[in-house]
Design a protein around this ligand. Structure first.
Ligand SMILES: Cc1cc2nc3c(=O)[nH]c(=O)nc-3n(C[C@H](O)[C@H](O)[C@H](O)COP(=O)(O)OP(=O)(O)OC[C@H]3O[C@@H](n4cnc5c(N)ncnc54)[C@H](O)[C@@H]3O)c2cc1C
Length: 413
């Protein structure tokens, strides 16, 4: 795996590669040390991390004409604190580490972000108890700071927010400009010699030698000409988001193929200047729900938006906001923001969570699904990432570290 030659030329797309570089027998002659499939925030973070290794070359392969046009640009842009995902989960560990890394990178590289803080609001005793469990878990087990907000403070500082049964504040939650972050990661990756191959849908992936010990062949189609070409890499990292299960299924035998489920989240923007809310507002999480509940988030300009709900859909392309969901969203929002002007709500955008089952998003309750990030047994040099839903944006830089650790046993600082 180590000590591969650098990429032979600073090409921008795979289609400039000469076939002569292709070797089907020896990983040492592979075109690249690492091929990262998927140019979302997670693939970018991994590619940037791997590009820091000396004497290694990395290509990032993306099917669209730009990076970050799928789930990474269709989310709440929240830097999560890491409080929901239970003890010992990858989501908890990577979210906490990723948050620290993200705030640090944003500060050093001038990526737009703000530590807004967030209030989680309870309207019923059962919801209050759910918040108490979260507060205890964070205090006793993971050391993430939370604070109970007293009723008078809610009245005084609450900006019209209703919380009948209590408010738990998460001071480390914030927001980030996800596009700015991806521009930054792309720049860092390219500056380190990384190659971004756009318009390059991966159509097939095959291990060479004995299950990948001779490297990997990745077949990509040129999205504009339709021509297919092959590149080789010593290692592959599948970070293809909504396409990751397809890539997985290209490699494994039929009996090990997986199915992906699509949980759409619809967002509604808010055009009025009142009520004006300056922090994120989340309802208490419902055990077993596929998301965190229709919440209030802000963009960096202070504009309010609400969402996402959970709508199971059959296609990863079903990205139109479902306006039939409007009344339900209004009912959810009114529970914590009764002064909302309904006429100022508009359908905004939708994103789709890549789910490995119709399972819950929070650690409490049945059926929690963690991230899958692992070197696949029985293969050499394949790291597979499946089900990278929320908090994948927050966790992205820590996922990059984890992938390097899996591959090399160490992390390059
Ligand atoms: C509604 C919603 C709200 C969310 N809110 C938050 C939040 O507030 N905070 C947070 O931390 N996380 C949040 N998330 C999760 C976060 O957005 C994702 O975890 C993260 O963006 C995943 O990044 P990714 O790179 O894995 O996937 P993607 O952004 O989907 O990138 C995968 C890339 O792979 C490419 N690809 C796929 N197949 C192929 C192929 N065959 N060949 C070449 N390229 C391919 C795609 O074109 C795509 O660009 C939210 C997610 C959703 C859906």
């Amino acid at each position: 795996m180590l000590g591969a030659p650098r990429a032979r030329s600073a090409i921008r797309g795979l289609h400039g590669l000469q076939r002569a570089y292709f070797s089907s027998t020896s990983a040492a002659k592979a075109d690249f040390t690492h091929a990262v499939i998927g140019g979302g925030v997670v693939g970018l973070a991994i590619a940037r991390q791997l590009s820091r290794r000396p004497d290694a070359s990395t290509v990032l392969i993306e099917r669209h004409s730009a990076v970050g046009t799928e789930t990474s640009s269709r989310n709440s842009e929240v830097i999560h604190a890491g409080i929901y995902y239970g003890a010992g989960s990858l989501k908890t560990r990577l979210c906490i580490r990723g948050r620290e890394l993200l705030y640090d990178l944003c500060a050093r590289r001038d990526v737009g972000h703000r530590r807004t803080g967030k209030w989680i609001v309870a309207q019923t005793e059962a919801q209050r108890e759910a918040l108490e469990r979260i507060e205890r878990f964070c205090r006793e087990e993971i050391g993430v700071p939370l604070r109970w907000v007293g009723a008078r403070e809610v009245e005084r500082e609450g900006e019209g927010v209703r919380a009948e049964a209590g408010v738990l504040e998460s001071p480390t939650t914030g927001i980030v400009d996800s596009h700015g972050l991806m521009v930054c990661l792309t720049g860092l990756f390219e500056d380190a010699g990384g190659v971004v191959a756009l318009n390059s849908p991966v159509e097939d992936v095959n291990p060479l030698g004995d299950n990948g010990d001779g490297g990997w062949q990745v077949d990509v189609r040129d999205a504009s000409t339709g021509e297919t070409s092959a590149i080789t890499a010593e290692t592959i990292i599948n970070a293809a988001g909504l396409g990751a299960v397809n890539v997985h299924n290209m490699i494994v035998p039929e009996s090990e193929r997986k199915k992906l489920y699509y949980a759409k989240g619809n967002y509604f923007s808010y055009g009025a200047s009142h009520p004006r809310v300056s922090r994120l507002i989340y309802p208490a999480p419902e055990p077993g729900a596929g998301g965190l509940g229709t919440h209030l988030t802000l963009d960096l300009g202070g504009q309010l938006r609400f969402g996402p709900d959970v709508e199971w859909v059959d296609s990863p392309h079903d990205l139109a906001v479902n306006t039939a969901r409007f009344d339900q969203a209004v009912a959810e929002i009114r529970k914590y923001l009764p002064g909302i002007d309904v006429a100022s709500l508009r359908p905004d955008y939708a994103g789709i969570r890549p789910k490995l089952g119709k399972l819950g998003a929070v650690g409490a309750g049945k059926g929690f699904q963690d991230f899958v990030i692992r070197k696949e047994d029985g293969y050499e040099g394949w790291v597979n990432l499946l089900g990278i839903e929320s908090p994948g944006l927050t966790s992205s830089l820590a996922i990059g570290e984890m992938v390097e650790e899996i591959m090399y046993g160490s992390v390059t600082k």
